[in-house]
Design a protein around this ligand. Structure first.
Ligand SMILES: C[S@@+](CC[C@H](N)C(=O)[O-])C[C@H]1O[C@@H](n2cnc3c(N)ncnc32)[C@H](O)[C@@H]1O
Length: 340
């Protein structure tokens, strides 16, 4: 018997993405379907399963006889033979942007980057390049990457819910882990409306919102000129006519824009320091989607602090939050939905 999630087939794509991102998918068994439900086999990882359960209280875990997958390797670690000590430290999850895999390696494993990269290329036929994630840094939030295996490139085309984004991982920030959340934000929006995406990057929020809401007017600001150029391309590539791309500092540029019904603030390490600026631009009953990194056991305190600070400006607010993905063993990225 295999532990799996039983999920309504309409919700399966979103949940499967999340399960993959968490490294929870048991690749040794097949995903199965019946008329109404999809059964996704899970690895035995109690901590991650608890997080998944907390996020999706309504999902059902069941034990089921599942068919084994064909015997070709499903995870890159199965086609690697390194000393046991090293094998134990191999990361189970990694990101895929377009046809580039990006993996974070503990310091001790970096000298095996080429072998690990080659194993990934052998295992995942859609991956053409493997890069090592050396951490995100600076105002532009650019990920430092080093080459591990495959084609030597950092530029790729990433497809997310049918939208296509050109990304250069050495020049701009992009995270595929927010795919589900971008859809969630799109469904929170009611148009016609004005939306300001203060930290737009190559445009995954702006373009998704504009596509879903042709009657919305979306202003997409980014300070990184490389991100701005890719954003312009992504607007054309996805044939959206209602996004205005602005290259500059959000602190300055937002002041020139009309008042907004919705403001997206995806700059998790520092977005809070821009909150009051955003509040000044927000129409009454508008909503701010603010992404932040916080220890999981401190998020409620943080929400209360934010509500109190907003109250000091004479505005009443309601703040809802949800966890987007884990960031470290104790902290996660959260999205705060601030209505005021
Ligand atoms: C975490 S990334 C998010 C990008 C995009 N929203 C996404 O989901 O891929 C934050 C972005 O904010 C931009 N940024 C940082 N400070 C800024 C500022 N003061 N004004 C405008 N953009 C800024 C960075 O260049 C970066 O592209």
């Amino acid at each position: 018997m295999v532990k799996c999630v039983k999920v309504d087939k309409r919700d399966a794509e979103m949940l499967l993405r999340e399960i993959k991102v968490c490294g929870l998918l048991d690749c040794k068994h097949r995903i199965e379907r019946d008329e109404n439900f999809v059964y996704i086999p899970l690895k035995d990882a109690p901590e991650e399963l608890t997080v998944l359960h907390q996020k999706h209280g309504e999902i059902e875990f069941v034990e089921r006889n599942m068919t084994r997958s064909a015997e070709r390797p499903r995870h890159y670690s199965e086609s690697l033979s390194l000393p046991q000590e090293i094998m134990k430290q191999l990361p189970s999850s990694f990101d895929i942007v377009g046809d580039i895999a990006i993996i974070k390696l503990p310091e001790k494993l970096k000298k095996h980057a080429k072998e690990i990269g080659d194993a990934m290329l052998r295992t995942y036929s859609s991956v053409k390049t493997v890069l090592v994630d050396e951490g995100v840094d600076g105002d532009y939030r650019i990920r430092k990457v080093s080459y591990a295996a495959g084609e030597e490139k950092t530029r790729t085309l990433h497809i997310e819910y049918g939208l296509r984004f050109e990304v250069d991982l050495a020049k701009v920030y992009f995270s595929p882990r927010l795919a589900n959340d971008r859809q969630r934000i799109c469904s929170e929006i009611v148009s016609p409306c004005v939306v300001i995406d203060m930290f737009a990057g190559v445009g995954p929020f702006s373009v998704a919102i504009a596509k879903k809401h042709p009657e919305a007017r979306v202003y997409a600001i980014d300070i990184n000129p490389d991100a701005h150029v890719l954003l312009l391309k992504n607007i054309v590539r996805n044939r959206v006519k209602n996004v205005e791309a602005i290259c500059g500092d959000a602190v300055v540029e937002i002041q020139k824009l009309p008042d907004a019904d919705y403001i997206v603030m995806n700059l998790p390490h520092t977005a809070e320091k821009f909150l009051f600026l955003a509040l000044k631009k927000l129409k009454r009953n508008g909503k701010i989607f603010l992404y932040t990194i916080c220890k999981r056991d401190e998020i409620r305190t943080k929400v209360e602090e934010i509500k109190n600070k907003i109250a000091e400006t004479g505005r009443k607010s309601m703040v809802e939050f949800h966890e987007v993905h884990t960031y470290s063993p104790t902290s996660s990225v959260f999205c705060l939905i601030i209505c005021t």
